[in-house]
Design a protein around this ligand. Structure first.
Ligand code: PBE
Length: 310
């Protein structure tokens, strides 16, 4: 079987090389693993091939995301004046990534872990020697003031909610593979009854008490919020999931119009929001450790550090 495969591979490579030879363009095929092409003598474009190859654009997400602010700082810190960050959304970012990846074209995106894209594509973070994107961070659960008194059972669940990046990825991948968000959440809850029992320990059943979970449409938060909504529904709550931008989410928790959120990335990503609303919400601590944000590129790209963008 293996032998058979390698024959096939050699054959495909041979055809690929032959095709390459007949073209004039410098689209690198994976088979030509040569030295990094630093000085391709094509007129004036020799200086920064990476920048030109992506039009000096970093594909960003929604403007309220912490990673957008971090990327603005990165542009300043690494003196990338020629570069711009394109605003969009989490979904637009992954669509652009998928499109480029399928054609093996260069692309630079704002990325974070956990995210299903690392399961679907071969990607790497660009090194960040200046530490602009911070070290490992955590996702916290936050609630409005007074939730403990008003909805003690929901508070117990929110306070005990804790899982891992792998757990979250499982849910994200199911959703990306086409399962409905709430179905993926229900499936995970069903298959992880022991874990869920730890979250609900001590919480009593309620009868249709209303509770609002605020979240942003990032793949990671869609997964966590749907899972928690399912768990709280099973405890008897009438759960409303409210999708907001990051700024309004924090403002909503602070002014009490939303009850809770499991989407607070700290200490770096949402540091500004945390500081702005400090004292007007309750921080229940982390529900997941070891997350990360940064600039992400496909592994086939010939750069390793943000400094290579200069
Ligand atoms: N993210 C996902 C968010 C936090 C969760 C990294 C896109 C942000 O940058 O604010």
């Amino acid at each position: 079987m293996k032998k058979w495969l390698s024959f096939l591979l050699v054959f495909v490579l041979a055809i690929g090389l032959a095709a390459c030879g007949s073209q004039e363009t410098s689209n690198e095929e994976p088979a030509t693993e040569t030295e990094p092409a630093t000085t391709e003598t094509t007129g004036s474009e020799a200086a920064t091939p990476i920048g030109e190859s992506v039009d000096y654009q970093i594909v960003g997400i929604d403007p309220g995301a912490g990673i957008m602010k971090a990327t603005a700082s990165a542009i300043e810190e690494y003196e990338l004046e020629d570069w711009e960050v394109i605003e969009g959304s989490g979904a637009a970012m992954t669509a652009a990534l998928k499109k480029a990846y399928d054609k093996e074209e260069p692309i630079i995106v704002t990325g974070w872990t956990p995210h299903w894209k690392f399961a679907k594509f071969d990607l790497k973070y660009l090194e960040d020697p200046k530490g602009v994107y911070g070290e490992d961070e955590n996702i916290h659960t936050i609630t409005r003031a007074g939730l403990k008194e008003d909805h003690p059972n929901a508070y117990i669940v929110l306070d005990q909610f804790h899982w891992t990046a792998d757990d979250m990825s499982d849910v994200m991948v199911m959703i990306e593979d086409g399962m409905k968000e709430e179905e993926a959440a229900a499936k995970w809850v069903e298959e992880n009854a022991d874990r869920v029992a730890e979250w609900t320990a001590g919480a009593e059943q309620v009868e249709s008490d209303e509770i609002t979970l605020a979240y942003v449409a990032w793949a990671s938060e869609i997964a966590s919020t749907n899972v928690l909504a399912k768990v709280l529904t099973d405890v008897g709550y009438d759960v409303t999931m409210t999708q907001l931008e990051a700024g309004p989410l924090w403002a909503g928790i602070a002014d009490g119009s939303a009850d809770a959120s499991v989407a607070a990335w700290l200490p770096v990503t949402h540091a500004d929001y945390y500081a702005e609303f400090e004292g007007q919400f309750e921080d229940l601590g982390s529900n997941m450790e070891g997350t990360r944000i940064g600039l992400v590129v496909p592994s086939y790209m010939d750069i390793n550090s943000i400094e290579d963008l200069k």
